[in-house]
Design a protein around this ligand. Structure first.
Ligand code: CUA
Length: 179
């Protein structure tokens, strides 16, 4: 079987069929609606984070985390020995991901604002705050900074939701929010 050229050499200059024009119109309108939805949902959806990202050396991030831990540790978590840190309201707080733990445990005050810095010092991890709908990827070499104001007291879980090896399922952290 041979392949023949089209009978009409200039086959793409046919007049547009009415249906095709309608479909192009429908797609265009839908694309504009979807584009608008992104902007509107960012404002009213209450689930998109306005976070900033900066390059950071993993060693520098670890140092800053350790400085906060040294200064503001209030106790150790019984079952794990991980320090529980109660930093002052309005301050920069650090949560460090590594194979396979979240460090340290943060204790925050309800209705106070904090600047949370998130980064990894080895591989890629995922920050999932339970039971809220907050999910971000955590990369080594970059820190995400987000302003957060807890509006509910209680115990929150931090789950790694990016597969990071054999201990991935054990990579659980905690954040306490106190009145
Ligand atoms: Cu860290 Cu999965």
């Amino acid at each position: 079987m041979a392949i023949f050229p089209p009978e009409q050499r200039i086959w793409w200059k046919e007049p547009l069929h009415g249906f095709e024009l309608v479909w192009i119109g429908v797609c265009l309108v839908w694309a504009i609606v979807m584009f608008g939805t992104m902007i509107v949902w960012h404002i009213i959806g209450e689930q998109n984070l306005s976070n900033r990202a900066y390059r950071i050396d993993p060693d520098v991030f670890a140092e800053r985390t350790e400085a906060m831990v040294t200064e503001y540790t209030v106790r150790e978590e019984g079952d794990t020995g991980i320090p529980v840190v109660h930093p002052p309201a309005g301050s920069d707080i650090y949560l460090q991901a590594s194979l396979w733990q979240w460090y340290p445990i943060l204790e925050l005050e309800k209705d106070k604002e904090y600047h949370l810095h998130l980064s990894s010092i080895d591989w890629q991890h995922g920050f999932s705050l339970q039971p809220t709908n907050i999910n971000v990827q955590v990369h080594p070499g970059y820190e995400l900074v987000m302003t957060l104001k807890p509006n509910r007291a209680g115990e929150f879980g931090v789950v790694c939701n990016e597969f990071c090896g054999i201990g991935h399922h054990q990579m659980l952290g905690r954040i306490y929010v106190v009145e």
